[in-house]
Ligand binder design. Sequence first.
Ligand code: SF4
Length: 478
Amino acid sequence: MPERSVEKAPGSITTEMNGSRKLYVKSFGCQMNVYDSRRMADTLAPQGYIETSAAADADLIILNTCHIREKAVEKVYSELGRVRRLKEAAAAEGRRLVIAVAGCVAQAEGEEIIRRAPAVDLVFGPQSYHRLPDLLARAERDGKAVDTEFPVDDKFDHLAAPSFAAMRARGVSAFVTVQEGCDKFCTFCVVPYTRGSEISRPVAKILAEVKRLAEAGVREVTLIGQNVNAYHGEGPDGRPWSLARLLDRVAQVDGVDRLRYTTSHPRDVDNDLIAAHRDLPKLMPQLHLPVQSGSDRILAAMNRRHTRADYVGLVSRLLAARPDLALSSDFIVGFPGETEEDFAATLGLVGEIGYASAFSFKYSPRPGTPGAEMDDQVEEATKSDRLHRLQAAIDCNQEAFNRRYLDRTLDVLFERPGRYSGQLVGRSPYLQPVQVRAPAALIGEIAAVTITEIASNSLFGALAHAPAREPALLGAGA
Ligand code: SF4
């Protein structure tokens, strides 16, 4: 990893005390944040920052926050209380620990974070990651720095590419951001306010990133975006390309054997994308397609811009294209005005679709969103009761889906060692975690596994064939 010496006074933010500084990044929330955290680390690597997994050793702590989950802001402030104590301990040792808050809570709260948590040195939103080195210098010069602008420049053009070593260390499955922001304005969601309007990266830049990942041993790529299937990046012909066209092109990259994409809005699934599920063997038979509610009345109040019938029709077209498609979804219970009848429609939809898995949450108002202003908020106890019933229904779906694969053989991409010695964990094409006794050299390989046991959240199996080559000769991807 390149290291650069910067001559400054001891204890200053940009001083390298011993040639490198330690960076601890804690990610909250979705895959977009995990990806962003990695890109922040890549951007700081040329400044001499090396990632550490021990917050107490760090010279710079970044909390990359998420605003989606319940009590997100409170959780950030309580985390900042813990981090402040680390800063005090570092100061007692004569070290300066810089604390930064990034992500959607930073975007939404801005300077309020520094007012409530004075130990914080730096606050910056999701569109400012590429300016991190400058922001650190500003915080050093001025004491504090806040950057929550939506700049006109494309941050992806300025983010440093990960080093080959960093890519290898991150494993055989990688996320690549292709789209960011959202123009849908669902009435419960802060994303359009914290991430801004939709932007798509050009095809050439995505392909360059995917090729580098493949060269570093990545076998599975997940294209991510807040509303990924609204992708409309510039193609090599100068015209906007759809997600389907992008997937087709990424599938041609040597070394990439599996493709996925997330998260999709039902309104933006077009015919070409449905056809891609039929025609692209590398596109895995799994799709996360959030619906949020099964009631048309609530879907309208959420401004989802589709009806239950639209969604069910879309699912049947997808299943016609790819009959074994594993569907997952997001649900919100207790949205303002949700009656028992509305909730029953949601339960009915879960039964009708037969999801492989789903995330479900109680509605919690986000300041600044229309939902937070609605009069008919639902009682907390009612929300809890509905969530409990919905999760029981989802669990039944998941178990039924997994049970289909008992005694069947699935191709598993091995990702990492399991909890127990001699065990590896991989993913089936349907994204199920699969635990198998297998040699460590199979990490990065795809092997046939016969499923022998089903647990609530994962499958267990045995290699269907002995490794074709001596394990020591097999190339591990990470
Ligand atoms: S489509 Fe998704 S990201 Fe966009 S506003 Fe709705 S829930 Fe939020």
